[in-house]
Design a protein around this ligand. Structure first.
Ligand code: NCD
Length: 358
């Protein structure tokens, strides 16, 4: 793996190597305080972030490296109209790896086309969030002793929740996992993610009732309704209180169930749940720092590699993705990249955002 754009860039062997390095770092942090001395990380955050940005920064600092970047794009040349491609080329000339968060779906793939450095997707709109998934996998592996052989309930905004998409794509590679996908009908899991579960022959149920499902679960992964991705604020207001997990409901759940959440948590987990030993979301955030240390250590060793020449939209046919949140709609020089899917002949999908083109 050179870039981490989608969690699928992490092969099973790649995961084993990262997780074993992560365990060593947790056990012997003192051995790693200089592991990235002299290395510099560029953290380009075009969208608000607390956990992900802090956890990348703290990860790099604990390895003895340094970080520069922005968390407020209005203070940068992006506000002057600089393209993503140029910002990445320039930031890349000062750093050893780039972390990028953007509200645009497919932004990390787009940026990687112009990057000479390893590029890490820290969230691209409502699409993917692979380092949150590494965090989630670390938490499950550490607290359950392994990832396969479990029943997981994933609850909330499965449509716009990018952490959910990456998590399902990752788990689909493990054996014996049963999924309860718990959401209101309006916020169901996207088809391209369900297609993966079907392709892997996974057992999954799309349901809307959290409390009826609770007794079945080994892991409950709660998510917030993603207000910023809704076109219509009234629709958000209608759906926001759909799920609220309270302490008394947990009597029906397994005694060793893990309650996870990528955070930030809004009203979907009541504060009285925090004291329950099954609530591991703050521990989960800490594992995120350790697995990001393992990732940064691995990728900053790779060095610079010239970016392959990229055809422009004018040379390659302009991208025509109809998804208004796709990066190609804002960065109009990007070449069209599309793929067919053997299961749905005649249809074309956008490589950047996975949306259907025709
Ligand atoms: C998530 C995100 O940004 O998608 N947060 C995070 O990175 N821990 C979840 C969310 O914002 O709901």
């Amino acid at each position: 793996m050179r870039n981490l754009i989608s969690i699928e860039d992490v092969s099973p062997d790649g995961w084993d190597a990262l997780y074993s390095l992560c365990r060593e770092i947790i056990d012997r942090p003192g051995d790693y305080v200089d592991a990235c001395r002299g290395k510099v990380l560029a953290a380009l955050f075009y969208e608000p972030s607390t956990r992900t940005n802090f956890s990348f920064q703290s990860a790099m600092l604990r390895l003895g490296g340094s970080v520069f970047g922005f968390a407020e794009p209005n203070a940068t040349s992006a506000a002057k109209g600089e393209t993503l491609a140029d910002t990445v080329r320039v930031a890349g000339s000062y750093a050893d790896a780039i972390v990028l968060r953007s509200p645009l779906e497919g932004a990390a793939l787009a940026a990687s086309l112009y990057s000479e450095l390893p590029l890490i997707n820290a969230g691209d709109g409502g699409h993917h969030h692979p380092t949150q998934t590494l965090t989630d996998m670390t938490t499950i592996a550490r607290l359950r002793g392994g990832i396969g052989g479990m029943t997981i309930g994933i609850c909330g905004d499965l449509r716009y929740g990018r952490t959910v998409h990456s998590l399902i794509l990752a788990l689909s590679k493990f054996r014996d996992i049963t999924y309860y996908l718990i959401s209101p009908p309006e916020l169901r899991t996207p088809d391209y993610v369900l297609a993966r579960l079907r392709g892997e022959g996974a057992v999954f149920f799309e349901v809307s009732d959290l409390h009826r499902t609770l007794p079945e679960l080994d892991v409950l992964y709660m998510t917030r309704i993603q207000r910023e991705r809704f076109g219509d604020p009234a629709e958000y207001d209608r759906l926001r209180g759909t799920y609220v997990l309270r302490r008394d409901a947990l009597d029906a759940a397994r005694r060793d169930m893990l309650i996870m959440h990528p955070l930030p948590r809004l009203e979907e987990i009541a504060p009285d749940v925090d004291g329950d030993p099954r609530a591991v979301y703050f521990e989960q955030a800490r594992y995120g720092m350790y697995i990001r240390m393992a990732l940064l250590l691995t990728l900053t060793r790779l060095g610079r590699e010239p970016a392959a020449p990229v055809r422009t939209a004018a040379q390659n046919g302009g991208a025509v993705c109809p998804n208004p949140s796709c990066v190609t709609r804002a960065e109009t020089y990007l070449p069209q990249l599309s793929r067919e899917d053997a299961r749905t002949p005649g249809r074309l999908y956008c490589e950047y955002c996975d949306g259907e083109i025709k």
